[in-house]
Design a protein around this ligand. Structure first.
Ligand SMILES: Nc1ncnc2c1ncn2[C@@H]1O[C@H](COP(=O)(O)OP(=O)(O)OP(=O)(O)O)[C@@H](O)[C@H]1O
Ligand SMILES: [Mg+2]
Length: 351
């Protein structure tokens, strides 16, 4: 059986499985009505220095962190994590995942920068109700400095908008790149977590951002096409960019066992046809509160911290902090920017 047939069979089998029940109406007993924190909509001068060390902030925000959480914090005091969130199929929840993980990390005392790598379709900026005036391209062209382009979002997170022109970064002169690197390198000291919200699919722009990240989080749901498209993105990243490790975050499922079923189906095919490791990164349930939050241009973790999706976002954020930081060069933002700014050395496509 070839891989296409295997995928088709999985899809067919999937369709025959019991369809998860329609999500129950909003739980009236839930007490989610914490007001969103005010947010600025203008560019900010400088990324902030933390008011207190992340460890102290965690103790303040989370009255009884588990031993595991404390160990995770202690194990990773200052190294930046560069995480991209991607999916083969559009609308799988990437932007919501980036936004909510960002706020969950911020509430744990982490300094977070979001790279909105899908500005063309208006993602993070729309979700947070902020309006970017400038993008990374303005920095690359020398029109603006990084601090002028980085915007402030809720809970002190920072947002760096990109534009479709970002792909042309590889064409900068060596002098321009050096000037830019010196600005970008300062980001390592200013942030603990760097989250990249990519566009869906396997366009070169998307692949570029993913290949430059330290960890690639692939988002999929229980829809069969979501599985096949997630497989496609993993395949192309492994074949063209030699990416060998991925994390799967399952979104919009009914419960954890549905999420694990999605994970098993994907790994079954990937184990057979691709030389990659896919780790289960958790799940986010389908949640009407998330939809309400989207309609109010807020992240659900911020607006409804007790909603079921908010609780899982917080859990996933805690788990991410326990992922080992790769000592490999990909662990730094320097690697990230240099990869973006240097013409890619990719293998010929073999999809
Ligand atoms: N866990 C969830 N529960 C309920 N609805 C969800 C959930 N996650 C996402 N959605 C819905 O899916 C929509 C699309 O989500 P989002 O914009 O985050 O996806 P995306 O992958 O970033 O899309 P695109 O590929 O267009 O960038 C949201 O507006 C929301 O209505
Ligand atoms: Mg999006």
């Amino acid at each position: 059986m070839d891989q296409a047939e295997t995928l088709r069979n999985i899809g067919g089998h999937w369709l025959q499985e019991e369809i998860p029940p329609v999500p129950s109406p909003v739980d009236k007993k839930e007490t989610p009505l914490k007001e969103a924190s005010p947010q600025a909509t203008t560019p900010v001068a400088l990324p902030p220095e933390p008011v207190s060390p992340p460890e102290a902030a965690v103790v303040e925000e989370e009255p009884s962190p588990s031993v595991d959480d404390q160990e995770a914090q202690e194990a990773t005091p200052s190294k930046i994590r560069v995480l991209s969130v991607t999916s083969g199929k559009g609308g799988m929840g990437k932007t919501n995942i980036v936004a909510n993980l960002a706020i969950a990390f911020a509430k744990m005392g982490k300094r977070v920068l979001i790279l909105d790598a899908d500005l063309a379709l208006g993602n993070i900026d729309v979700l947070f109700g902020v309006l970017p005036k400038f993008t990374l391209e303005d920095v690359l062209l020398g029109h603006k400095t990084l601090p002028e382009v980085i915007m402030e979002g809720p809970c002190g997170i920072r947002i760096l908008p990109t534009s479709s022109g970002t792909e042309g970064m590889a064409e900068l002169s060596d002098d321009q790149k050096l000037t830019l690197f010196s600005q970008l390198d300062s980001l390592d000291k200013s942030f603990d977590i760097f989250l990249i919200d990519t566009a869906a699919g396997i366009s070169s722009n998307v692949l570029y951002f993913n290949a430059a990240a330290q960890e690639i989080i692939v988002v999929a749901s229980s829809e069969p096409t979501s599985l096949t498209d997630a497989y496609a993105v993993i395949k192309v990243l492994s074949k063209r960019y030699q990416e060998k490790r991925f994390r799967l975050l399952v979104n919009m499922v009914h419960n954890e066992s549905d999420a694990v079923a999605v994970f098993r189906k994907l790994t079954m095919v990937a184990d057979r046809y691709l030389n990659v490791a896919i780790d289960y990164a958790g799940y986010i349930p389908y949640d009407d509160y998330l939809k309400i939050a989207v309609s109010r241009q807020k992240a659900v973790v911020d607006l409804y911290p007790n909603a079921k999706s908010s609780q899982t976002f917080t859990r996933v954020a805690h788990q991410i902090l326990q992922w080992p930081i790769d000592p490999h060069p990909k662990g730094s933002t320097q690697f990230f920017w240099r990869t973006l700014l240097t013409p890619a050395q990719v293998s010929s496509p073999s999809l």
